[in-house]
Design a protein around this ligand. Structure first.
Ligand code: NAD
Length: 474
C-alpha cells in the first residue's frame, strides 16, 4: 500500500520538524511515521493559502465544481484502498470504513453541484429609494480541524463546501488518523486543485500552534469538529480576532422507544444507531430511553443482537465490531462502564475488558436508573445503557436532560405521536423510526452545546461565505 506521510503545503509534499507514529489499534503495531509541522511549516501553510485565495476565490464556479466532481469519482474508484487505510488506522471494521468512504465522497459530489447554485437577491427597497443587491463572497483562508472517528467524512464535509465557496484552507486532521486525510489530499491534487488552495499540516505542538494560527489576521474562518471540551477552548481563542466559526461538537443522543413502537424495528434501528463505527460516532445512540411496558422485550432482543456481533480486527473477514482508536480511548469506555455498575447499573451483556494488545471492548448493555452517571457522558464505544419511563412526557424530559443536543431517535407506530415527540426534543436532528439519517444533502448540526452552524445540505456552503449587501441608486 503506497502511503502519503509528508505534509502538503503550497502544492508540495514536504518534511516537517519530526514525525509521529500512526498505530494500528487492533494490534498496537506502527503502520507509518507521519511528518509533523513546526512553526515555519504552519506559517508556510497560512501564507500559501493566503496567496492562493487571490485566484481561487475568482475561479469560475463551474471550474471548481468540475474539480470536486473529479475528486468524487477518484474517491469512489479508490474506495477499497481508502477504506482499508481508514480501517487500519482507526480500528473500525472494513464494512463501516467502506460506508464512510462512500458517504465522504458524496460531500464532494453534493458540493460540486452546490458550487454553481449559490443564490443572490436583487429587489427594490420597501421605501422605493434604491435597489437591494445581496451577494455572497468566500470568507477567505479557513482552518479545518477534524476528529479521528470519521477521518474521511469529517474532512470532506469541510473541504467540499470550502472549495465550492472559493475558500482556501489548511486541514489539520487528528493525529491518530492522518493517513486517510493525506490520501484524500493526494486525490484532490490529482483532481486538479491548484497549489496552495488545500494544505495539510499536523502540528508538533497542537494547542500553541493552532492558537497562533487563530491569531494570524490572514486566517478568517475556523471549522472545527471534535469534542465540546476542545470546541469551547477554540471558541475562546477565536474570539480575539472575531473569527467566523463553525462548531460540530459532542453528542449524547437519546434513543426513545415509545410504548407503541414495533420492537423488532426498534432493535434493528438501535443496532445501527449504536453500533455503526463501533459506537464511536457523535450521532451514536448513547441513552436508550424505553417505555416500561416494552423494556424487557426490547432489552432482551437488543442484548441478543449485540451479543451476536463478531469482535475482530477491522480487516478480518466477517468482523462486525473492531477496536477503539487507542488503548487510552478503550480504557475511557471501560471506566465509564465500571462507574455505572458501581452506581447500581445491571450488566445485561459484556462489560469486561479483554486481554491483549488490541484496543477492543465488547458490546455491552446495562440496565440503569435515571440517576446513573453513565447517562451524563458520551461513551463513544459499544455500550448501551437502558433506562425506562412511564409516559411520553417523562421520556421527553429524560431525553432533554443533557447539555448536548445533536441528534435523537424516536420509535413509535403512530407518526403523529413520533413527530410531537421529535418537536419537543432539543436536538438539531431527529431520526423517526430510523437508525441513521446522516445525508450530505441535509443540514447536520446540533442545538445547545453540540455546536454552532450546519454542515451539508443547502446550509453547508454558507459556513464558508460572507453575505454582502450592496445598495444601488437606480
Ligand atoms: P477532540 O476534541 O479531542 O479532537 C478533535 C480535533 O481537535 C483533533 O484533530 C485534535 O488533534 C484537535 N485538538 C485537540 N486539542 C486541540 C487544541 N487545544 N487546539 C486545537 N486543536 C486541538 O475530539 P476527538 O476525540 O478527536 O473526537 C471525538 C469527539 O468529536 C466526540 O466528542 C464527538 O462527538 C465529536 N464529533 C462530533 C461530530 C459532529 O459532527 N458534531 C462529528 C464527529 C465527532
Amino acid at each position: 500500500m503506497q502511503l502519503k506521510t509528508d505534509l502538503y503545503i503550497d502544492g508540495k509534499w514536504v518534511k516537517g520538524d519530526g514525525t509521529i507514529p500512526v498505530i494500528d489499534p487492533s494490534n498496537g503495531e506502527v503502520i507509518a511515521e507521519v511528518a509533523t509541522a513546526g512553526e515555519s511549516q504552519c506559517d508556510a501553510a497560512v501564507a500559501a493559502a493566503d496567496r492562493a485565495f487571490v485566484t481561487w476565490s475568482k475561479t469560475a464556479p463551474r471550474v471548481r465544481a468540475e474539480i470536486l466532481r473529479k475528486a468524487f469519482e477518484l474517491m469512489i474508484a479508490e474506495s477499497d484502498h481508502l477504506a482499508k487505510l481508514t480501517s487500519m488506522e482507526n480500528g473500525k471494521v472494513f464494512s463501516d470504513a467502506k460506508g464512510e468512504i462512500a458517504y465522504a465522497a458524496e460531500f464532494f459530489r453534493w458540493f460540486s453541484e452546490e458550487a454553481v447554485r449559490t443564490p443572490g437577491d436583487f429587489r427594490m427597497a420597501p421605501s422605493g429609494d434604491k435597489r437591494i443587491l445581496v451577494t455572497h463572497q468566500p470568507i477567505g483562508v479557513s482552518l479545518l480541524i477534524t476528529p479521528w472517528n470519521f477521518p474521511a467524512a469529517m474532512a470532506t464535509r469541510k473541504i467540499g463546501p470550502a472549495l465550492a465557496a472559493g475558500c482556501t484552507m489548511i486541514l489539520k486532521p487528528a493525529s491518530e488518523t492522518p493517513l486517510t486525510a493525506l490520501a484524500i489530499i493526494d486525490i484532490l491534487e490529482r483532481a486538479g486543485v491548484p497549489a496552495g488552495v488545500v494544505n495539510l499540516i499536523l502540528p508538533s505542538k497542537t494547542g500553541p500552534m493552532i492558537s497562533k494560527m487563530l491569531h494570524d489576521p490572514r486566517v478568517r474562518n475556523l471549522s472545527f469538529t471534535g469534542s465540546t471540551e476542545v470546541g469551547r477552548v477554540l471558541l475562546k481563542e477565536s474570539a480575539d480576532c472575531v473569527l467566523r466559526t463553525s462548531m460540530e461538537l459532542g453528542g449524547n443522543a437519546p434513543f426513545v422507544v415509545l410504548a407503541d413502537a414495533n420492537i423488532d424495528d426498534a432493535v434493528a434501528g438501535a443496532m445501527i444507531a449504536k453500533m455503526r463505527n463501533g459506537g464511536a460516532a457523535c450521532t451514536a445512540a448513547n441513552r436508550f430511553i424505553v417505555a416500561k411496558s416494552v423494556a424487557e422485550e426490547f432489552t432482551t432482543k437488543f442484548a441478543k443482537a449485540m451479543g451476536a456481533l463478531k469482535v475482530a480486527p477491522g480487516l478480518e473477514e466477517g468482523a462486525q465490531l473492531g477496536a477503539s482508536v487507542s488503548i487510552k480511548e478503550r480504557n475511557k469506555i471501560a471506566e465509564l462502564v465500571d462507574a455505572s455498575v458501581a452506581a447500581g447499573g445491571k450488566l445485561e451483556l459484556g462489560g469486561k475488558t479483554p486481554e491483549g494488545a488490541g484496543a477492543f471492548y465488547p458490546a455491552t448493555v446495562i440496565s440503569v436508573t435515571k440517576e446513573n452517571p453513565i447517562l451524563n457522558h458520551e461513551v463513544f464505544g459499544p455500550v448501551a445503557p437502558v433506562v425506562t419511563f412511564e409516559n411520553d412526557e417523562e421520556a421527553i424530559a429524560l431525553a432533554n436532560a443533557t447539555e448536548f443536543g445533536l441528534i435523537s431517535y424516536v420509535y413509535s407506530s403512530d407518526l403523529k405521536r413520533a413527530i410531537k415527540t421529535a418537536e419537543a426534543i432539543e436536538s438539531g436532528m431527529v431520526a423517526i423510526n430510523r437508525g441513521v439519517i446522516s445525508d450530505p444533502a441535509a443540514p447536520f448540526g446540533g442545538f445547545k452545546q453540540s455546536g454552532l452552524g450546519r454542515e451539508g445540505g443547502f446550509h453547508g456552503i454558507h459556513e464558508f461565505l460572507e453575505t454582502k449587501y450592496i445598495g444601488v441608486e437606480i
